[in-house]
Design a protein around this ligand. Structure first.
Ligand SMILES: [Zn+2]
Length: 415
């Protein structure tokens, strides 16, 4: 099917990464940075050139497009989704992508900053890329493969579908979102307008990997109300909220239940912010677990620690507020097993080994799944993300394009 196909994903990718689309966690606008629309506009133009006629960007920077069905069968509408923004962790201005053809297994020194060295010892996946063409940044910025790899792959798949009408598929929707990296990627998404039944985000790592599981997540805000008096006459009266907060923090377990000491399927309690004066202090926590009931257990445990500390401060008081953040998408995906099964089959048809993974975090897919669009995460090839050492294989990108095409084909075959 792909024998004579000229893949365009890497060529598109090299262009897209040069458009600065960094999102901003401190902004209250939608999108959080206006410059994200610079790429969205390019994508709409290119989709129209490919022949995807209804491509459009809305006021928030979301791109919606449709590849019409070319089959007589009634096939569920599936969507491919990726995000245009890059992470605030490293600069995304002036990205200069470098194509290293036929990688031979050596360490790669990035020319813009000789201290930035891609070492196989640090990134064992590089071993698998020997013989591939590898793209890196120049050493002074991130590359932006998270998630412009996914964007470029979906664009190339769109190009493939339009230029290969003999490959049968149902209606395919394309969705590009802003602000994923600052947790607002689904804030203004219009799922009604999108009109898809099932989705796939392309925002994963190594070729063949498929993620159907994320953390479940709550936030806890602890508000400590101290008792304040003139410090000169405070004996026996003052209850200093800052000192109470310090006691709460030092009562947290270190050897377990912390991000620093957990991995794989273990959850944690993690203080992320302290704010306060002697009179009143707040501590924000994030609570994570793969099992939603596990969140409740951790919250009860945290509450018991707080109550223990507060016994030493009888006239002070506290409020303990739990807020739901997101839930493990597996709870939804298990209700529609074929969504993941078809992706597995598509990966195999692309000649790759399926590698099921769990995300120790959330994705737009977990939010979309609970908003009514069951949505596992497919590999896009991105590596060492959110850093200046980001890299990606051209061949992995092309495999992602093949996988997208196979998914659409399999949905048509099985309908
Ligand atoms: Zn991403």
């Amino acid at each position: 099917m792909f024998d004579n196909y000229q893949f365009t994903a890497s060529e598109r990718f090299m262009r897209y990464v040069q458009v600065d689309t960094q999102s901003d966690p401190l902004s209250n606008t939608y999108p959080t940075t206006e410059k994200q629309k610079d790429l969205s506009k390019v994508l709409v133009e290119e989709l129209k050139q490919i022949g995807v006629k209804d491509a459009q960007m809305d006021e928030y920077g979301y791109v919606y497009a449709t590849i019409p069905s070319n089959t007589d069968k009634k096939v569920p509408v599936i969507c491919f989704c990726s995000h245009v923004d890059t992470a605030p962790d490293a600069s995304g201005t002036g990205v200069k992508p470098i194509l290293h053809k036929n990688y031979e297994g050596q360490d790669i020194v990035l020319p813009g900053d000789k201290n930035q060295v891609l070492r196989k010892a640090d990134f064992p996946y590089m071993e698998k890329l020997i013989g591939h063409d590898v793209i890196t940044a120049s050493g002074t910025t991130l590359l932006g493969s998270d998630d412009k790899a996914g964007v470029a792959e979906i664009m190339d798949a769109a190009n493939f579908f339009i230029s290969h009408p003999e490959v049968k598929h149902g209606t395919i929707k394309i969705l590009f979102t802003p602000d994923e990296e600052v947790g607002k990627g689904t804030a203004k998404v219009d799922l009604k307008k999108l009109g898809a039944d099932f989705g796939y985000t392309l925002d994963g790592g190594e070729a063949g990997s498929l993620e159907d599981e994320t953390f479940s997540a709550d936030g806890v805000q602890l508000v400590i109300n101290g008792v304040i008096t003139h410090p000169g006459y405070a004996k026996g009266k003052m209850m200093n909220a800052l000192k109470i907060a310090a006691d709460v923090l030092s009562s947290l377990p270190r050897a377990e239940l912390s991000p620093e000491t957990t991995e794989a399927k273990q959850g944690f309690i993690h203080p992320v912010r302290v704010d306060g004066i002697a009179e009143k202090a707040t501590i924000d926590f994030i609570i994570r677990d793969f099992v939603t009931e596990g969140l409740k257990k951790k919250e009860d445990f945290l509450l018991s620690l707080v109550e223990m500390v507060m016994e030493n401060y009888p006239t002070a008081s506290f409020e303990f507020n739990v807020q739901e953040q997101y839930r493990n998408m597996k709870e939804i995906l298990d209700q529609y097993p074929h969504v993941v099964d078809y992706a597995k089959e598509a990966i195999s048809r692309s000649g790759l080994q399926v590698k099921m993974e769990s995300i120790r975090g959330g994705t737009d897919g977990s939010r979309l799944s609970f908003m009514g669009l069951p949505c596992p995460n497919l590999f896009a090839g991105e590596q060492a993300i959110h850093s200046k050492l980001e890299f990606i294989s051209v061949q992995d990108m092309n495999k992602a394009v093949e996988t997208i095409v196979h998914i659409a084909k399999i949905w048509e075959e099985k309908s």
